[in-house]
Design a protein around this ligand. Structure first.
Ligand code: ATP
Ligand code: MG
Length: 506
């Protein structure tokens, strides 16, 4: 097969960080190639250098046999390189179809856009992906997952020869991942290459042909996927021997005191009468597909979602008129799934982002104890192995996974009694994932309860003492202790789906 893309000796520095130290990469025509590496290894930076978001300091890039120097993503698009970036770069308040044609609008003549044609084409492109939505609504009307699908539709509908996907599946559920993989296979049939970045190894093993491993801004090696097992792959990524963490013994919490409970939680169209209780020290998992009501339930408990109904009890006392600051005062922490809109403060430093929620606690006689603030931030940077040149670095300059770690640390600092984690390891590499899982176990050992929402069933199976499966806003089942396995959770979710189809058929 012929080589479509070749990058040689590419270097790129930012103030205080050499992100790429002479990286090489080869992608063949019609292959799906994975880019693997820890958080901060340089994957996204390489993509941005290739597509002209950043200039490069050194190195050569060849595409379809010619040396290229793209100065902007639009220019990259013109020569056939289409990209879905890690952080979505669509315009939320514009309509779906405008977003799909951003920068290459269809025109009736020199003065007028052909809106009808754009709407029709956008509708068709999306329905090809199995998505029937109103394209004239603004993009932020839809969930992150749908926005992601729009970005994908936008990338594949252009005349691309290489489609780059930087963590495309991080906000998709299993069904949507199936759709994406179908699209990737279609691209392959058309001899279009895909450069695929993901921290989920099972995805890489399923869809990719070859992979290149990066570590600390350098290329470690290129392998055919079938020639490298998971242990070797991870060991090469982290630069030391790796062994899978053993499943924790499943402690029973049936005798423990109840910390939080909710009766008959309701929210229009989203939750229809959920009962749930969390015991002290227990790690309770919430499983279910996107739209099953997991996040809504967590938001209702925490008080971000105010429209909901339901009786909530916190340490046996009724908790009325819930709101986030009251919840924090009581001892709840809530690390949300959407770090971009709800989490990070992009222009503040790592240290500030980490300690912002606990500033009131850091005050002494009305002044912030800066020394303590710094110590705390330093401790978590070390504990989570956060890659940053300094505590003063603006958080927007950190890699995606490292931003996620800062957010987790923000809540850990607060010493909560209950930690609600919504997709805590999204975008986090294998090594850091293990660190975070250990931390969650540590919280439980100290008597802190954890409510964990995750689409990664293996993560729930390894860590939870009890797993509750939601579907269409209702509790559909519960698994406890030694019965918790990836398969048993999956079965419960799948059984439900079948039942649902039958219901609809009636
Ligand atoms: N604009 C920037 N300014 C300063 N430093 C940056 C900038 N962009 C990236 N970096 C740094 O370059 C390094 C590589 O980051 P990059 O985003 O490429 O990592 P990644 O491999 O994509 O990680 P992840 O898996 O977390 O997405 C990191 O140390 C990051 O902090
Ligand atoms: Mg990245």
């Amino acid at each position: 097969m012929s080589v479509l893309l070749r990058m040689e000796g590419v270097e790129k520095s930012f103030p205080g960080v050499k992100a790429l130290k002479g990286i090489s990469l080869e992608v063949e025509e019609g292959e799906v190639h994975a880019l693997m590496g820890e958080n901060g290894a340089g994957k996204s930076t390489l993509i941005k250098v290739l597509t002209g978001v950043y200039g490069r300091d050194q190195g050569k890039i060849y595409f379809a046999g010619e040396e290229i120097h793209c100065k902007s993503p639009a220019e990259a698009g013109e020569i056939g390189i289409s990209t879905i970036y890690q952080e979505l770069n669509l315009i939320p308040y514009q309509t779906v179809y405008e977003n799909m044609f951003l920068g290459r609008e269809l025109k009736k003549n020199a003065f007028f856009l052909d809106r009808k044609a754009m709407q029709d084409e956008a509708e068709k492109a999306l329905s090809d992906l199995g998505l029937e939505i109103d394209v004239t609504k603004s993009l932020n009307h839809y969930s992150t997952a749908i926005q992601q699908m729009v970005a994908i539709a936008r990338a594949v509908r252009s005349k691309a020869r290489l489609v780059i996907m930087d963590e495309p599946t991080s906000s998709l559920d299993q069904t949507e991942v199936r759709v994406l993989f179908r699209i990737i296979r279609q691209l392959k049939e058309k001899k279009i290459s895909v450069l695929f970045i993901s921290h989920k190894l099972d995805e890489v093993y399923e869809i990719c042909d070859n992979l290149t491993i990066f570590r600390d801004g350098e290329t470690v090696g290129r392998y055919a996927v079938q020639d490298i097992d998971q242990y070797k792959l991870i060991s090469l990524m982290i630069g030391k021997e790796w062994k899978e963490r053993e499943r924790e013994d499943k402690k029973s919490f049936s005798d423990a005191e109840t910390l939080l409970s909710v009766k008959n939680a309701k929210l229009a169209m989203r939750l229809s009468g959920v009962n749930l209780s969390i015991r002290k020290g227990e790690i309770l998992g919430l499983a279910g597909l996107l739209g099953s009501g997991r996040t809504e339930l967590a938001e209702l408990l925490f008080g971000t979602e105010k429209a909901g109904e339901g009786e909530v009890f916190w340490m046996d006392e009724a908790y009325f008129r819930r709101n986030p600051s009251k919840s924090i005062e009581k001892g709840m922490g809530f690390c949300t799934e959407d770090r971009k809109t709800e989490g990070i403060l992009p222009n503040l430093s790592v240290e500030e982002n980490m300690t912002i929620a606990m500033l009131p606690k850091l005050q002494k006689h009305g002044f912030i104890d800066f020394k303590k603030q710094k110590e705390l931030a330093k401790r978590y940077v070390e504990l989570f192995n956060i890659k940053t040149p300094s505590l003063a670095q603006k958080i927007r300059n950190l890699s995606g996974g490292n931003q996620q770690k800062v957010l987790l640390a923000r809540w850990m600092c607060m010493n909560p009694k209950l930690m609600i984690l919504d997709e805590p390891t999204r975008g986090i590499d294998v090594g850091a994932k293990e660190e975070i899982e250990k931390l969650i176990q540590g919280l439980s050992a100290e008597g802190i309860s954890v409510l964990m929402i995750s689409s990664e069933l293996s993560e729930l199976a390894r860590n939870c003492h009890r797993v509750v499966v939601l579907r269409d806003g209702k509790v559909r089942g519960e698994i406890e202790g030694d019965a918790i396995f990836e398969d048993s959770i999956m079965t419960l979710i799948a059984e439900d789906a079948k039942e649902g189809e039958e219901d609809e058929a009636k």
